[in-house]
Design a binder for this molecule. Structure first.
Ligand SMILES: Nc1ncnc2c1ncn2[C@@H]1O[C@H](COP(=O)(O)OP(=O)(O)OP(=O)(O)O)[C@@H](O)[C@H]1O
Ligand SMILES: [Mg+2]
Length: 463
């Protein structure tokens, strides 16, 4: 009999749920927040179900205690629908599942069954490879980068690649999300099985369902034969749902069902097919804000976001530019029969000062153009397009290598200020002076931005 700790400060609700779970043969202990903590100190549980908002000790306190005392015990959190960001945070802190209150008791039971089943499978290896670069070299040598920002990505990859965990890969356009997905597959037990990549934004909305799940003959006008969907093609392997943020709500529910039950039902068919597919999803949208605004299903988001991997923008890892540039020069020399030998130090410095809104793809395209046009010899500053040349000339404070500490030290405050100035002016420029939009682009609230602008104005008039 599985022993479950149920924490909620609403006693009546707790008792009701406990009664039902007991009738389903669970051994249930009920407690409020502080009581739950105390129980966890002295007893062990097979699963914990906790409310998020409770006086005294909240759900995060319970989650923390479980994580330190008994990390393999699954925790299911419950919370009101208005507390989406908290729920997201709870999932990130290791909660196994999330239920919206009022909790449907059948859902709770299902979640418990699933969580208890999962806790019996071996947990992801905590520290499989102490050296993330070594993992990369062995599994995904094509994924270049030595910057610490990328090493964190490799280290996550090393920890989750060889599991069947759903992974949500986020990052700006062109940062390498698809390459990261391929690297995950390469380091997994499914490496030799199919990887099917689907761009959810590229399929006309009426066709998404049949594209993903397949259809039976005669399912709709024009369905003259049975069609195997992309999920079925990926059976035994992995599917990458790219641009998942663009997925139609109706398709979102069907996908949720597939993830929960491991079965799919082709359009117009009346039988379920059992399927074994690892799901990776990628997006350049901020999915948690789409959840908050109701564009994206919260429950699907939690299912997908079991392990989030954020690929950093190129401007946060400028030190990798020489390495990437060399790689692309070699590649485009071969492809286009050219013999460019490299970049001059001034050209490298200019590349390191540019903002790279299109990230690695933009760098890649630029280098292909430069290699073709230059043909031989070294690419110098004057070969670069004007917008790149100007960034290098226009700034007094060197922004190159901002993430690397020079051997002779640096003036951190000046660098941070220069970065801030530059980002703020760019945000204002891009938003056409609209402070709300600029604040959004910078991840600040409007008041903070206005205050920063005011301080800068005062500083300029004072000097
Ligand atoms: N770390 C890296 N090392 C080498 N090449 C890279 C790296 N990251 C990305 N690239 C290259 O940059 C290009 C863009 O990468 P990718 O298509 O994976 O980006 P993405 O994040 O999926 O972009 P989008 O958001 O537009 O779909 C590809 O040609 C890829 O091979
Ligand atoms: Mg992509």
């Amino acid at each position: 009999m599985a022993k479950v700790l149920l924490c909620d400060d609403e006693e009546a609700l707790c008792r009701g749920m406990a009664r039902l779970l007991r009738s389903a043969s669970y051994d249930v202990v009920i407690a409020d927040g502080p009581g739950g903590l105390e129980r966890l100190d002295h007893e062990s549980f097979d699963a914990v179900v906790t409310d998020l908002r409770m006086p005294g000790v909240d759900g995060f306190g319970i989650l923390d205690a479980v994580r330190t005392k008994s990390p393999s015990t699954p925790v299911i959190v419950m919370s009101g629908s208005a507390e989406v960001p908290d729920a997201v945070r709870a999932m990130r802190s290791g909660a196994r599942d999330f239920l919206v209150k009022p909790v449907d008791l059948k859902c709770l039971e299902e979640a418990l069954t699933a969580a208890l089943g999962l806790s019996n499978t071996p947990a992801p290896v905590a520290d499989p490879d102490p050296d993330p670069l070594a993992w990369r070299d062995r599994n995904a040598p094509w994924l270049l980068g030595n910057h610490t920002a990328m090493q964190s990505v490799f280290s996550l990859l090393a920890q989750v690649a060889d599991t069947d965990c759903t992974v949500l890969i986020t990052g700006e356009s062109g940062t390498g999300k698809e390459l990261v997905a391929k690297s995950l597959v390469a380091g997994s037990a499914r490496a030799k099985k199919p990887l099917v990549a689907v761009n959810c934004a590229a399929i006309p909305s009426g066709l998404v369902e049949s594209e993903l799940f397949g259809h039976a003959r005669g399912a709709f006008t024009g369905a003259t034969s049975t069609r195997t969907g992309r999920f079925a093609e990926a059976d035994g392997g992995t599917i990458l749902l790219d641009e998942i943020g663009e997925m139609d709500p109706a398709v979102q529910s069907k996908l949720l069902r597939l993830i929960q039950d491991g079965v799919l039902r082709p359009v117009g068919d009346d039988v379920d097919q059992k399927i074994d597919v690892r799901i990776l999803a990628a997006t350049n949208r901020k999915l948690d804000s789409d959840v908050a605004s109701g564009r994206f299903r919260a429950d699907l988001f939690w299912r997908l976001n079991v392990i989030p991997i954020e690929v950093p923008p190129l401007r946060h890892r400028m030190a990798d530019i020489p390495l990437l540039a060399e790689h692309f020069i070699r590649r485009f020399n071969d492809k286009n029969r050219r013999a460019v030998t490299g970049l001059s130090p001034e050209a490298v410095a200019a590349l390191k000062q540019y903002n790279w809104p299109g990230n690695i793809r933009e760098l890649e395209n630029l280098l292909e153009r430069l290699v073709i046009l230059k043909g031989t010899g070294t690419v110098g500053l004057s070969d670069l397009p004007p917008n790149l040349r100007h960034t290098s000339a226009g700034h007094v404070t060197p922004l190159a290598n901002v993430a690397d500490l020079p051997t002779d030290g640096t003036d951190l405050r000046a660098i941070l200020e220069a970065v801030e100035d530059r980002m703020i002016s760019e945000a204002l420029e891009r938003s056409g002076g609209n402070k709300n939009r600029a604040a959004e682009l910078l991840g600040l609230n409007r008041t903070t931005l206005v205050e920063k602008l005011r301080r800068k104005r005062t500083a300029t008039t004072a000097s």
